[in-house]
Write a new protein. Structure first.
Lengths: 633, 288
């Protein structure tokens, strides 16, 4: 063991990864006497989630911090700070994904994991002392260059302190915050709402105060410690899996009861003092990326409404997930952290996010695949996602149109856009496409099964071939899409969304469109069933039901039972009628994005579709009467 | 100068002189557009840009207008959210770096009318560049189909189809009657030339009289998507203005297409002038 004095006078011990646990516990010596007694169990599993990590110890203020490093130390340093009740292993999945691009550093916050606890505990967890710890670690792992800070939960709370106090200025290159507000900002947020409690602001305050029930509980003496070391600690992994959908496995580590018991002092030492007397100068001195999980049971999204005031260089991201995003959404976090850190490192404002659309916070960098993307609703949907900064895969039979869509998508904000030529009705081709997409671009985050063809003509005049053709594209195309891409999405287990384009014809019967309506009704029911099946895996399924939309589906529709000339004439006539109606596909695309953001099940678009949907529920006989009318074409 | 009316060679000279007059005023208008575009800088409002065009043209002898100059900035180039015609008039919208703009003016000079549209952008805007490049195909398509004597309504639909295939939306549909073009003609010079809602009364009178004649003979001076445009191109001068829109960015050109009753396809229709900024731009792109 070598003792190296580090630049701020803290002592750093370099260790090889082969060093075993018994050694580590012994090696910590007297400073960790209290911790050592507790951590016998914690030690056994610690580090299990971080294969290939190099460990070292950083001594600061009478504490020894366990620091793990991955990746090439020459690269920019990304420092991950864990929350409560966690240890650094909460980051294991994210750290592995970042390690090939960055020098990734994790440490156990004092009193957690394999770091030792302060003696006495009371007063040992103030934000000032946590800032000392951060500076010691940062100076040890990256003495010459500022670090990119990433914090989750209490890791984010303390990182806000690091990012807003003067003495860390120049040591932080960027800060990514998730699920942890600055206590100072939080204090001002509460004060503002108490001072001027309009109904809306009072509701916000009440809602957050209900979500904070555990904070009050942690302020009771001794009881939380007893609970954590007793039944709660034992049941915690099962509770996390049940309520927070955190996948089981090697996390939480066995040091959890001790981490959680010590961590209670984070609340007791800081909450009352900071919320009561928030600092007025808590302005971030580095660029901040805020990742807000929308399903967080402990923190309201409204907490960050005024954040632009405190962090002038703010990038917002939202993620449909629960509180423990480092466990449940590692791919998305790694992608956003990589993009943000890279942008700061390159320092080229021209390369910063150009996406201007609404929902850019939600879809930035996500992979979106749209079928039938060469025209109409598919193309407009691809463009809308492109404007929100998503990566686009435009799939269509029409190679030229798909390529054009991808090309234009790049112009308006898609960081990458590709076109693929596939017939969605071809099962083997779809399977091949799914393999290719997975290998070349990654797992699809949003799948839009939009490809469809029109077919008009009475049932008796519709041939078997016509039926097969329309069902192959409209229904089987959706089935193949959900089977291939949906399966991979579910296997990844990190959420996603599937949008299927049905039609108002799915609930409006009509004598003119029997085959088309049948196929679309099937798509609607398929979507509803799939939604039920995938709900538990964080994957939403939406069915979009547009009415008459001005696209070229009318020009390519087949009209059965009439001559070729008559068919052409009817196509022209239908196109003119749809043109006069002139409902733009862009509005359907907006509805698609909204449906994904809000996770809506069935979305009728256009007034006639909403009317038909309403009537189908309250007055189906009226719809049946409408169905008997022969359309004047 | 091609001889335009094979039936009456004596009239060719007079017709040629007339075309020269129209060509001169069209060039003057494009000169104005380029001069004003060169002066645009961040912070200029649409009203100021419109006034700059008006002052420039008045200084060069323009006294009457087919319509007063328009200027559209930013997403107003794509007529985003336009519901009533009053929204076409210049507003206090300020130009910002990277913003597209369109200058549209129709001066009457010595009795000859021009109606031009000039699209540009302040600095770099790749979407605008793409729109400008895509307009070239429309100029070719319109000329080809007019020479084929296709009904105007069908040509209109073909242009719209091409726009949709290119991924754009048809924004000339937002103009009054959704026109892609309208007829222009000589205007009598008066000492007092009032305008109504931005349109010169003399020109409106000409248009109304054309509409009346056309109504009797089965044609219309407005080239629209509606059934009153379901007729072959009527000889005369048409100010053609295809207008593309793509998600908050719009681009157009507007220039005069000469339609004659000649049997020779080359002479039956031609663009009044091929030496215009947008045409030069396409040629430079091809050369480069």
């Amino acid at each position: 063991m070598t003792q190296l004095p580090d630049p701020v006078g803290n002592e750093v011990e370099e260790e090889g990864e082969e060093r075993d646990m018994a050694d580590a516990v012994e090696g910590r010596g007297a400073a960790g006497a209290a911790g050592a007694a507790d951590s016998g169990s914690g030690g056994a599993a610690a580090g299990a989630g971080l294969p290939g990590a190099r460990e070292r110890w950083v001594r600061t203020g009478g504490i020894e911090l366990c620091v793990a490093e991955l990746g090439d130390p020459e690269r920019p340093t990304v420092l991950l700070v864990h929350g409560y009740p966690d240890s650094k292993e909460v980051w294991s999945d994210v750290a592995q994904r970042l390690a090939d691009r960055f020098h990734v550093v994790l440490y156990d916050v004092r009193g957690c994991g394999r770091s030792t606890a302060p003696q006495p505990l009371r007063g040992g967890f103030t934000l000032e002392k946590l800032t000392d710890d951060f500076l010691a670690v940062a100076d040890a792992v990256s003495p010459d260059r500022p670090v990119h800070l990433v914090g989750h939960d209490w890791g984010s709370v303390q990182s806000w302190e690091f990012a807003t106090v003067r003495r860390t200025e120049g040591r932080i290159a960027s800060f990514t915050s998730m699920s942890g507000p600055s206590l100072d900002h939080f204090g001002h947020w509460i004060k503002g709402r108490l001072k001027r409690p309009t109904p809306r602001r009072a509701t916000q305050l009440l809602s957050q105060s209900l979500k904070s029930w555990y904070v009050y509980a942690l302020h009771t003496p001794a009881l939380p410690e007893m609970a954590w070391k007793g039944p709660l600690g034992k049941r915690w992994p099962a509770l996390m899996e049940r309520f927070e959908k955190v996948p089981g496995g090697d996390y939480p580590t066995s040091s959890l009861p001790r981490d959680a018991a010590h961590g209670a002092w984070l609340y007791r030492d800081n909450i009352r003092s900071r919320l009561g007397h928030p600092r007025d100068d808590a302005f971030a001195h580095c660029p901040v990326q805020l990742i807000t999980p929308t399903g967080d049971a402990f923190l309201s999204e409204r907490l960050y409404d005024d954040l632009d005031r405190w962090a002038p260089r703010l990038t917002r991201r939202t993620l449909p997930a629960k509180h423990w995003v480092p466990r449940t959404r590692p791919d998305q976090l790694a992608a956003w952290i990589t993009e943000f850190v890279t942008t700061q490192e390159e320092g080229d404002p021209a390369k910063a996010v150009a996406a201007s659309g609404a929902y850019a916070d939600r879809f930035g960098g996500q992979l979106v695949l749209v079928t039938g993307a060469a025209s109409g609703i598919g193309r407009a949907t691809a463009f809308a996602f492109a404007e929100a900064g998503a990566r686009i895969i435009a799939v269509d039979r029409d190679a030229e149109g798909a390529a054009r869509t991808a090309d234009m998508a790049r112009l308006i904000g898609a960081p990458q856009a590709y076109s693929e030529v596939v017939d969605v009705a071809d099962a083997a081709a779809m399977e091949k496409l799914a393999d290719h997409v997975e290998a070349a671009y990654g797992t699809v985050d949003v799948l839009v099964n939009n490809a469809g063809i029109g077919l008009s003509g009475s049932f008796m005049e519709t041939s078997v071939e016509d039926w097969q053709k329309v069902l192959d594209v409209n229904l089987w195309g959706v089935i193949h899409g959900c089977r291939t891409f949906g399966k991979r999405m579910a296997e990844r287990g990190q959420g996603g969304h599937i949008v299927n384009t049905a039609s108002a014809a799915a609930f409006q019967p009509s004598r003119a469109l029997p085959a088309y309506s049948t196929s679309k009704a099937a798509v609607l029911m398929l979507s509803e069933c799939l939604r039920a099946e995938l709900a538990g895996q964080g994957i939403g399924v939406s069915a979009i039901c547009p009415g008459l939309v001005n696209t070229n589906i009318t020009a390519t529709s087949r009209f059965t039972g009439v001559s070729a000339d008559e068919e052409k004439a009817r196509q022209t006539k239908a196109t003119r009628v749809y043109g006069l109606r002139n409902y733009p596909p862009e509005k359907v695309a907006d509805a698609v994005l909204r449906a994904v953001v809000r996770n809506q099940a069935v979305v009728p678009v256009t007034p006639e579709a909403r009317g038909a949907r309403f009537l189908s529920r309250v007055a189906p006989r009226a719809l049946r009467a409408v169905a008997r009318i022969e359309p004047p074409l | 100068m091609p001889a335009v009316t094979s039936q009456n060679p004596a009239a060719a000279g007079a017709f040629g002189a007339r075309l020269r007059g129209f060509r001169e005023v069209q060039r003057l208008a494009y000169e104005c557009a380029e001069a004003v575009a060169a002066q645009l800088k961040p912070g200029v409002t649409e009203r100021e840009a419109a006034r700059m065009q008006r002052v420039w043209l008045r200084g060069r002898g323009v006294r009457d207008w087919f319509h007063l100059p328009f200027a559209w900035f930013g997403d107003r180039t794509a007529f985003a959210g336009f519901r009533v015609p009053l929204q076409f008039f210049p507003t206090g919208r300020r130009l910002e770096p990277g913003m597209p703009f369109i200058l549209d003016m129709a001066p009457v000079h010595r009795g000859f009318t021009a109606d031009i549209g000039y699209s540009g952008c302040l600095g770099l805007n790749p979407v605008h560049d793409r729109l400008m490049a895509d307009l070239e195909a429309h100029r070719e398509l319109i000329l080809r189909e007019v020479r084929e004597r296709r009904p105007l309504r069908e040509i209109y639909e073909d242009v719209e189809r091409l726009m949709v295939r290119q991924g754009h939306t048809n924004r000339h549909r937002a103009y009054p009657f959704g026109v892609i073009a309208h007829k222009v003609d000589r205007v009598r010079e008066r000492r007092w030339a009032p305008t109504v809602f931005g349109f010169g009364t003399q020109s409106l009178k000409g248009l109304a009289s054309d509409a009346l004649h056309g109504h009797r003979e089965g044609w219309s001076p407005l080239w629209s998507p509606y059934s009153f445009s379901d007729h072959p191109p009527q000889p005369g001068l048409w100010a053609v203005e295809p207008h593309l829109g793509f998600r908050g960015t719009g681009a157009k050109f507007e220039e005069i297409l000469v339609v004659t009753d000649s049997k020779d396809p080359q002479e039956s229709a031609f663009w009044l002038d091929d030496d215009l900024p947008h045409v030069r731009r396409w040629q430079e792109e091809k050369a480069g």
